[in-house]
Ligand binder design. Sequence first.
Ligand SMILES: [Cu+2]
Length: 177
Amino acid sequence: MRQVLETFMQPFAAFAKLSLSAMTGILALTLITACGSEEPKSDPDSTAIYLKTNGAEKFLIEDGWVRPTSGKMSAAYFTLTNLGQDDNALVSLSSDKAKAVEIHMSEMKDGKSTMRQIQQLPVAAGESALLAPGGLHIMLIGLEAPLAEGDAVDFTALFENGETYQFQLPVRAATSP
Ligand SMILES: [Cu+2]
């Protein structure tokens, strides 16, 4: 009788073992999911983009955005910080969404807002350049298609030292005019 009972119990013991390991797996999955929700990507306030060379952070782009438009021109704004040890300058930009991308400066002239192209944007080591409405901005000229909120624009930036970086900015309405 004892022999029979042991044989009978064996499958239950195996089942108990299996379900314990399955539960451990479920617990691990839950932890991964919980950690995943803390990634900066899902945080709408986190807009820091690090431009790296061989793993070293060289530039930081913060609060970047592109103005939505149904026309052929738009502007991009961000704060660019030079994290490197050497002075540098943003020399040129390009984007697959626009025929030309220029660095511009807005100015008031005789009571009128005008803008002019500037050849390069210097950023000293440890310093930041602020691009914002009414001042420095990145001009997108000859847009291939309208830019709507929720879209994203890819840029390639060339710096004075010959390094190029790629980054993406979201299209969104201005938070301040
Ligand atoms: Cu402009």
